[in-house]
Design a protein around this ligand. Structure first.
Ligand SMILES: *Cc1c(COP(=O)(O)O)cnc(C)c1O
Length: 386
């Protein structure tokens, strides 16, 4: 049996601190060269055992909910930014207690919560910088599921809505910044074109702002990413409008830093070779089905690339819970470990216990200690949510 990791219980995620540090060093170099600030988008990666490390390099976190705001505040303790499409009245006071920046989705939300922000800041002697999310109505994302600028999108204020809202309210007083998020796994040439659209539409207002947040979706730590062009983009906007630029990547922080280790439970045949694993796409790597995409497995290839091709399926009863077809140099055996790569981001944060499938353990590889277990889960984690 092929074992990559002895003594671990599968399925498990393993995040390698050395790989994470490499990403963080690159991100920090961009902060240093431009004076921009980079925040971790917790939506993509919330493994807070790594937050003290991330906090050594990045400026803080961005959050899309009360819980994320609290997690970032308690576990990293640096800047906390929040954006949500709409805030809940019963959570807003607590959100303010954690937040340095609050971004509103519309003039309507801003109008609703502005008095509360002002009152809270005055009574707590705190500064909360408020911003408005704009929709530049330009993006290059092909998959609607990940495209905040698709037709009839609820995310952000279009120029038309902005102008109407401003006319009704009469002032931008209290709005320090603009925020857009219009990218997904993209390079800086896409950012450049989005900035053209942002400037064309909202340039007249940018001069009145203190900051602009370029959102996430910047695939900065991918080997072919053009970092120099990103720096040119940041400099261009900072110099022209005298604003501070924020970036809030999620995926780029944890890109290629984590593995999902699983074990073959059974092999069988139905017109082709099949294998059943102790992990599940639906439960442990939902983007494989949602995006959809094909994760890499160490030592495996495309169907037919090696002599033994298998369709890898999950341990759930969902017929379509299939990870994909992969080929191997040797036949698979029960007990073999299969290691999926790049499983740090958008996995742990999206896990579920559908079908009563247990959550994978979470492990961290540290230079000083080797592999350490951060979390393991059991029946109570399944039961307590039902
Ligand atoms: C999802 C999201 C991010 C992070 O996106 P990545 O693709 O993980 O970099 C940042 N900001 C906002 C508003 C988001 O919705």
């Amino acid at each position: 049996m092929k074992k990559y990791y002895e003594g671990v219980s599968t399925p498990c995620y393993i995040v390698d601190e050395r790989l994470l540090t490499k990403n963080l060093e690159l991100l920090q170099s961009i902060e240093k060269r431009t004076g921009c600030e980079i925040l971790l988008a917790q939506k993509g990666f919330s493994m807070y055992a790594t937050f003290p490390l991330i906090g050594q390099y990045l400026s803080g976190v961005t959050s899309s909910s009360l819980f994320e705001a609290r997690l970032g505040y308690e576990e990293m303790g640096k800047e906390v930014h929040v954006y949500a499409p709409a805030y809940r009245e019963n959570e807003f006071e607590e959100i303010m207690s954690y937040s340095d920046h609050i971004v509103f989705n519309s003039f309507n939300q801003w109008k609703k919560y502005k008095p509360q922000v002002e009152a809270y800041c005055a009574s707590h002697n705190k500064k909360i910088s408020c911003g408005l999310r704009i929709n530049p109505e330009y993006s290059e994302i092909e998959t609607d599921l990940y495209n905040p600028c698709f037709t009839n999108s609820r995310l952000g204020t279009t120029l038309e809505q902005f102008e109407q809202g401003l006319e009704a309210l009469g002032t931008l007083e209290g709005i320090d910044g603009l925020h857009f998020h219009a990218m997904c796994e993209q390079n800086s040439d896409t950012l450049e074109r989005i900035l053209d659209a942002v400037e064309e539409k909202f340039g007249a207002y940018l001069g009145e702002m203190k900051w602009i947040n370029f959102g996430g979706g910047h695939h900065i730590t991918r080997p072919d990413y053009d970092v120099e062009k990103l720096i040119t983009c940041i400099d261009r906007i900072q110099d022209k409008y005298k604003v501070k630029v924020y970036l809030e990547p999620g995926e780029a922080v944890a890109l290629n830093t984590g593995y999902l280790v699983s074990t073959v439970l059974e092999t069988l045949q139905n017109g082709m070779d099949l294998a059943i694993l102790d992990t599940s796409a639906a439960c442990h790597m939902p983007d494989v089905l949602e995006m959809p995409y094909r994760p890499q497995i160490i030592g495996a290839g495309l169907p037919g690339e090696y002599p033994y091709t298998y369709r890898l399926g999950s341990a759930t009863c969902l017929a379509g819970d299939v990870i994909g077809d992969y080929s191997f140099p040797e036949p698979l055996q029960v007990g073999d470990q299969l290691v999926f790569t790049d499983m740090g981001h958008y996995t742990m944060v999206k896990n579920n216990t559908f079908n009563g499938i247990n959550l994978p353990d979470i492990l961290l590889y540290k230079e000083e200690t080797g592999l350490v277990q951060v979390k393991s889960f059991g029946y109570e984690d399944f039961k307590s949510r039902l």
